[in-house]
Design a protein around this ligand. Sequence first.
Ligand code: FMN
Length: 208
Amino acid sequence: MSLLDAVPPAPPESAALSPARPSPQTLDLLALRRSQKLMLIGAPGPTDEELEALLRLAGRVPDHGKLGPWRFAIIAGEARERLGAALADLIAGDATMDAARLEAERRRFLQAPVCVMVVSTAAPHPKIPEWEQVLSAGAACFALLVAAHAAGYAGVWLTEWPAYDDRAREVLRLGPGERVAGFVHLGTATQDALERVRADVASRTSRF
Ligand SMILES: Cc1cc2nc3c(=O)[nH]c(=O)nc-3n(C[C@H](O)[C@H](O)[C@H](O)COP(=O)(O)O)c2cc1C
């Protein structure tokens, strides 16, 4: 049985849901989860069916005004090579570019079997600040990562230059005002990740 068989179907609107869902496994996952370096993520990745379920879970994020101010674009199969090559072509003439770097750029999406580009579609709204819409897109990235971990997949949330370079907008099919919140690469870890330095929460916590 796939782990995702354990994912309940989407509840209908207005279904009664308990706001507290005690889950020791979720606490364990949050305490110990780690991203994996992209170069250490390989096949297999989530199947189309699993990905559909993961995206449904990622879409259940807090979202002021019920705007759904994000969208997901899947980079899988042959699109991985096509998109990587198109992005690499954009920077092939850059002064700092060399053959090895260009080849790595071409292979950007070939390492992990699946990448989800999470796009913030935040836009001016009479009531909902754009900032809050952007935060919801970030939450969707994290929810996707956590859901993938819980389903047994490794992942990493990256941005890098394609998220910020205007030349990449057409290749990535970004509409006016849209911004890349993250490229969430998903697959299977080829080795364990090592814990990294964590922000000291106590020094960042105060009380009124
Ligand atoms: C919005 C965002 C963008 C990121 N972009 C990059 C990136 O381009 N390159 C990189 O090496 N790490 C990037 N990271 C950091 C990786 O996701 C990093 O591996 C991760 O934060 C490790 O923490 P974790 O093990 O708690 O997931 C980014 C993180 C965030 C939140």
